[in-house]
Design a protein around this ligand. Structure first.
Ligand SMILES: NC(=O)c1ccc[n+]([C@@H]2O[C@H](COP(=O)([O-])OP(=O)(O)OC[C@H]3O[C@@H](n4cnc5c(N)ncnc54)[C@H](O)[C@@H]3O)[C@@H](O)[C@H]2O)c1
Length: 449
């Protein structure tokens, strides 16, 4: 078979993707589908084995089909060897994790430092190392020094930063057709390499912001801080609504019609979680304090605080519906993933609420369409079931924690027939209260009368 993508664009650089988790695996697969030769690298040998055999180790709609296509093209391979990566790649994308440090708000940089330091030992020619991970501002400058000290090619190796904005659940589309590309570079050569590494995406007319390394690092945390603030803003209004008897759902609707405000990320409810927003805003406040500008982003502490209070308040609502005491109450928890269309349970509000309810004496059974295996491993103390109706059987209270489409479509009459008591807390404002009340349910949602 003629490999058209490669023959049409023979000058495409060879790419490596270091760290093949949610971000890296998606990036590696999509770049191979776009016509690049790609080598994916991870320290986790079982992950590499699964990807090599065509299995995506996490839930991401559309990615398994594209992985099959990429492997079949012969352009995508996986390895655990950074020596092989150094030999192979012209442009190396760093996609390893930057989780929150234990006992601190700071980002844990050990994975980035080790991946870049180890890769550098194998860089013998002019190459570009491109950070995609979300990092504290100043990281690229620090890594530039590290790489030049360690790499046999010395200052022939350059650093660039290309922050990633993909959303789990839409990761393929966001990679193939991003809203924008940000290239943080220190030279025209680096910009040229990045333009070559994203040629098909740039050719679609995707806006490209070319800037310095520091600004590129900041763009990502600034974007996540803004989104987190918007969510916590409407949840702060929900707190006021609860005290006044107003309806935050109608309030959000009315605000959304204002083009200057817009309705996206203005959904009241249980708030944000996952492997990005919470740890990114914390790492940002930590870094800003180190830089002496902590005051400028001190409001992010409150954004975080409002978000955490939503979890506690959801537990309160379940307790109220249960008559004030959770001991022995059977609770059906709908959802475990931090958001729908993902199996990611990192800092998932749903599991936080479920385990707090359980610790308060309730008997919680959880169902999630994609995240059950991950939830079981992380929270063996909770009960689990095979479907929403299964966990709802004989429940005293149902609580909706992740707004999967299939939960929105539940027929309140059908679920009403299996529960012990028709009581539901809609933690995500995902249901139609009139419909549930008409079916005899006691319906509660944060910030709604
Ligand atoms: N997940 C998202 O939606 C998303 C979106 C934008 C940005 N980000 C950022 O991207 C980065 C990665 O996030 P993720 O969600 O993909 O994390 P992840 O935990 O799913 O993946 C990280 C991978 O890196 C591997 N790894 C760790 N050390 C390594 C090393 N030295 N060499 C090679 N591989 C190594 C791990 O085994 C793991 O497979 C983070 O900084 C995150 O903030 C994530």
């Amino acid at each position: 078979m003629v490999d058209t993508a490669r023959t049409q664009q023979p000058a495409l650089p060879r790419l490596t993707v270091i760290g093949t988790g949610y971000l890296g695996a998606t990036h590696a697969v999509c770049m191979a589908v776009l016509g690049y030769e790609v080598l994916g690298v991870d320290v986790d040998a079982s992950k590499i084995e699964r990807l090599s055999s065509g299995e995506v180790p996490f839930f991401e709609p559309g990615l398994p089909e594209l992985l099959a296509k990429a492997l079949e093209s012969g352009r995508l391979r996986f390895t655990t060897s950074l020596a092989e990566a150094g030999e192979f790649g012209d442009v190396h994308f760093i996609c390893v994790g930057t989780p929150q440090q234990q006992g601190s708000y700071a980002a844990d940089m050990t994975y980035v430092d080790s991946a870049v330091g180890e890769l550098a030992r194998h860089l013998h020619r002019r190459t570009l190392v491109v950070g995609k991970s979300t990092v504290p501002v100043g990281t690229a400058a620090r890594l530039t020094e590290l790489v030049r000290r360690v790499a046999p090619a010395g200052d022939q190796v350059e650093l660039a930063w290309n922050p990633e904005f993909l959303r789990e659940g839409y990761a393929v589309d966001d990679t193939m057709s991003p809203d924008r590309l940000v290239f943080g570079v220190a030279s025209e050569w680096a910009e040229g390499q990045l333009r070559a590494a994203f040629a098909p995406v740039v050719a679609q007319g995707t806006p490209v912001v070319v800037t310095d390394l520091t600004t590129a690092e900041l763009v990502k945390v600034a974007a996540n801080s803004f989104l987190a603030t918007k969510i916590s803003y409407i949840n702060a209004m929900a707190e006021v609504c609860e005290a006044t008897g107003a309806d935050v759902h109608d309030l959000a609707d009315a605000l959304a019609y204002d083009n200057r405000i817009g309705g996206r990320f203005l959904k009241p409810g249980l708030g944000f979680g996952g492997g990005c927003l919470p740890k990114d805003i914390r790492a940002f406040t930590h870094r800003a304090e180190e830089l002496g500008v902590g005051q400028a982003v001190a409001f992010l502490r409150e954004v975080d605080g409002i978000n955490r209070r939503r979890r506690a308040r959801t537990v309160d609502l379940v307790r109220e519906l249960a008559g004030g005491d959770l001991s022995g109450m059977r609770v059906a928890a709908l959802g475990a993933a931090f958001k729908p269309n993902s199996d990611d349970i990192r800092d998932a509000p749903a599991l936080d609420v479920a385990s707090t309810l359980q610790a308060a004496g309730a008997k919680v059974r959880v169902f999630d369409p994609a995240a059950l295996d991950n939830a079981r491993r992380a929270h063996p103390e909770l009960g689990y079931g095979d479907s929403a109706l299964d966990v709802a059987r004989d429940a005293d209270v149902v609580v909706l924690l992740t707004e999967w489409a299939e939960f929105r479509e539940i027929d309140p009459h059908v679920m009403g027939a299996v529960v012990a008591h028709r009581r539901i807390v809609d933690g995500r404002h995902a249901l139609e209260p009139k419909q549930w009340r008409a079916a005899g349910w006691e319906y509660r949602a944060l910030g709604r009368p």
